[in-house]
Design a protein around this ligand. Structure first.
Ligand code: TXA
Ligand code: MG
Length: 356
């Protein structure tokens, strides 16, 4: 069934309290109350939300995205005190400290689930992922609704997450009734997903994001591992979402690991297909005297500003994907800070590593 998709533009600079009376937010809440799904901005990426307590509404999320039913959703809350309807058991000191330090913000925490949450949300797991977004539009929307919102990223399953409303429109027009356009998402990559020790008794980051193991250690004194350090040994993905190919445009992506910059010019000259090459500002400086005809060189930002690269990454991949390139090459960035999250997404999107 094709439905009309409306877009409501809103200024994300507004204060949360002002937004509670905003007509775009209230229109979004109106659709959600009817059991519809709508897209809204968060500080990470756009989400596709439905009432987390209404299984028929949540089902529409899976349908609109083409999402596999065994990949659970994140439940979004606006306040701590709403947790008791979603989770089971007491909070450990570590979890209390995580909540105090990182909520609201781009950290998703895994809890034992309270069975008021329908099974479809958790894909039948005994745990539930919860996050409290800091974006004023997302928080105001949840408050006006009065219930938590189950929301994955608002892209067609497998495609890069949307960081502007146009991305959502392109992926989901005709499938959802409403998109709240709050401009570009500040972070640009999905939240950090942390299991504080439920499945393996040790805290582990299942999906890296803007909040890193170092940030968590600094603020809580607890060491946490990244799943990619452990995962793969026995081959079982710790988070259901980790087994899928993800974040990938249709154009094949290849990662360029440039250890010897002098080899780059030769490599670029040899590319005989129509290629787009995303390089850091610093790397572009090393080859700027060369005249490239076949390849499009795209500046993805400075290596010293990994946040900037994270912010632009999905939008660049989507933009290049709409042009007629045979390949997208992208330079590897440092595995530090948000760089780990950038490389995690790129490894999932790419088909090959090229070493220079
Ligand atoms: O930043 C974000 O997290 C965005 C915004 C909209 O909040 N949402 C998002 O959701 O990225 P999604 O559905 O695209 O990714 C959720 C990830 C998936 O990898 C999923 O497998 C994992 O969280 N996840 C959800 N529930 C889980 C659970 N109970 N245990 C382990 N992993 C879980
Ligand atoms: Mg997603």
């Amino acid at each position: 069934m094709i439905i009309k998709t409306e877009i409501g533009k809103i200024d994300s600079d507004y204060d949360y309290k002002v937004l509670l009376k905003n007509k775009i937010i209230n229109k979004g809440a109106f659709f959600l109350k009817k059991g519809e799904v709508i897209a809204f901005p968060t500080e990470t990426v756009y989400g596709l939300g439905a009432n987390a307590l209404n299984k028929n509404a949540v089902k529409k999320i899976f349908l609109a995205k083409g999402r596999p039913a065994d990949n659970p959703l994140i439940v979004h809350v606006d306040k701590n005190k709403k947790l008791s309807n979603i989770i089971r058991g007491n909070l450990s000191d570590f979890v209390v400290s995580l909540i105090d330090n990182f909520w609201p913000g781009p950290l998703t925490i895994i809890f034992p689930v309270n069975r008021k949450i329908p099974e479809i949300v958790t894909a039948g797991l005994d745990t539930v992922a919860v996050r409290m977004p800091v974006h004023p539009v997302a928080r105001a929307l949840i408050t006006v609704c009065g219930y938590p919102l189950a929301a994955p990223s608002a892209n067609v399953s497998g495609y890069p997450s949307p960081t502007i409303a146009e991305h959502v429109y392109r992926d989901l027009k005709g499938k959802i009734p409403y998109i709240i356009d709050g401009g570009a998402c500040p972070v640009g990559l999905e939240s950090t997903v942390l299991d504080p020790g439920i499945s393996k008794n040790k805290p582990v980051i299942l999906r890296p994001g803007a909040i890193t193991a170092e940030d968590i250690f600094k603020l809580t004194g607890q060491r946490v591992k990244n799943a990619d350090e452990d995962n793969g040994r026995d081959g079982t993905p710790l988070s259901p979402g980790m087994k899928y190919r993800h974040y990938a445009p249709s154009t094949p992506v290849k990662i360029l690991q440039i250890d010897e910059p002098f080899r780059l010019a030769g490599f670029l000259n040899k590319l005989d297909k129509k290629s787009a090459v995303l390089l850091s500002e610093e790397t572009i400086q090393t080859v700027k005297s060369i005249n490239f005809e076949k390849q499009k060189i795209v500046n993805m930002g400075s290596c010293d500003d990994l946040e900037g690269i994270a912010h632009r990454l999905f939008a660049l991949l989507r933009k290049l994907d709409q042009q007629d390139f045979d390949y997208i090459y992208i330079e590897k960035v440092r595995d530090q800070g948000i760089g780990r999250a950038i490389m995690n997404r790129l490894h999932k999107a790419s088909q090959e590593n090229i070493y220079l």
